[in-house]
Design a binder for this molecule. Structure first.
Ligand SMILES: NC(=O)c1ccc[n+]([C@@H]2O[C@H](COP(=O)([O-])OP(=O)(O)OC[C@H]3O[C@@H](n4cnc5c(N)ncnc54)[C@H](OP(=O)(O)O)[C@@H]3O)[C@@H](O)[C@H]2O)c1
Length: 278
């Protein structure tokens, strides 16, 4: 199978490239932002026509949640409309399209967590834009895989774990929000999950949830980071309201993985990541 990944320099894209290149089981190509702007419809159609992949994996997006609030038009174009372009181009050449979406398409009020077919209702611009991506894909092709994931951490880019460790070098007291809960997910595990998905599920279009196992709050996740690293720092819990970030955040960001097996527990994944990082 010929696979084209877009977004090769991102937190997740980078790991997907490594996983597929190591496996050497597919004809695998990867493009970065310098090679393709997914909002440029003409380039998207031309490149897909030339490269003729059977599967396009789109890991490109604008992911700065707070910044999204003041850049709505731009963000809707990158995370939303561009995926309509990609879906139409994939449809034209008969390729499948894989798109990564987020827990932020939900409003965060469902205590049992969210199933794949639950009603969506984003509460910030980032969530709205990712939902628009989901919708435009489903409107423009039958051959799609929407994979919702959450709270990514990994080697190639900024993430909560790195931020905690960096902050601990500068501050003795770190305040961390304790009333948002979710499922941290390690990009290496997710990339492996994507690889297994491609091996086992091709043809089964639909919406999937894929995360590491285990639910935590950002505060408890931070506690775990400092417990594993034995970094001596004082943590202080803060509420979402007190923190008052530009973008609203869902309180309950639990994606139930009903269609795919969970990735391993995030504690184990975190331990591996910290072994790599430090
Ligand atoms: N990070 C999370 O916690 C999280 C959680 C749930 C879902 N997701 C989803 O998972 C996917 C991967 O996220 P990530 O954290 O790996 O993102 P990321 O690290 O921000 O990487 C996104 C990549 O997309 C590229 N890009 C941005 N605009 C582009 C455009 N118009 N054309 C082509 N490339 C463009 C960026 O390049 P430049 O840097 O050069 O602009 C960057 O390399 C995204 O769909 C995201 O919405 C992420």
């Amino acid at each position: 199978m010929k696979i084209l990944l877009i977004g090769k320099k991102g937190l997740l894209g980078h790991e997907i490239v490594k996983t597929f290149q190591n496996a050497q089981t597919h004809d695998f190509m990867a493009l970065g932002h310098e090679d393709i702007d997914i909002t440029d419809q003409e380039t998207v159609f031309r490149l897909l026509k030339d490269l003729k992949p059977n599967l396009v994996i789109n890991s490109a997006a604008f992911t700065y949640v707070d910044e999204c609030e003041t850049k709505k038009q731009f963000v809707m174009a990158v995370n939303g409309d561009a995926n309509g372009n990609l879906a139409r181009a994939c449809n034209m050449i008969g390729a499948h399209l894989m798109y990564f979406s987020t827990d932020y398409v939900f409003d965060g009020t469902k205590e049992e967590g969210y199933n794949e077919n639950d009603a969506v209702s984003p509460i910030n611009v980032y969530g709205e834009s990712k939902l628009r991506g989901e919708q435009l894909i489903q409107q423009n092709t039958d051959k799609f895989y929407i994979i919702r994931t959450s709270w990514l951490f990994g080697m190639n880019g900024a993430n909560f774990v790195k931020t905690m460790i960096d902050t601990a070098q500068k501050k003795e007291l770190i305040t961390v929000v304790d009333d948002q809960i979710g499922k941290p997910t390690y990009t290496i595990d997710l990339a492996e999950g994507v690889y297994n998905f491609v091996q086992n599920n091709i043809g089964n279009s639909g919406i999937y949830h894929l995360t590491n196992e285990g639910i935590t709050s950002w505060y408890d996740f931070a506690k775990k980071i400092f417990e594993i690293t034995k970094i001596d720092v004082q943590l202080s819990p803060v509420s979402t309201k007190e923190l008052n970030r530009p973008a609203k955040r869902p309180y309950i960001s639990i994606l139930n993985n009903n269609k795919l097996p969970h990735l391993r527990h995030h504690h184990e994944a975190l331990q591996d990541y910290l072994n790599h990082l430090l």
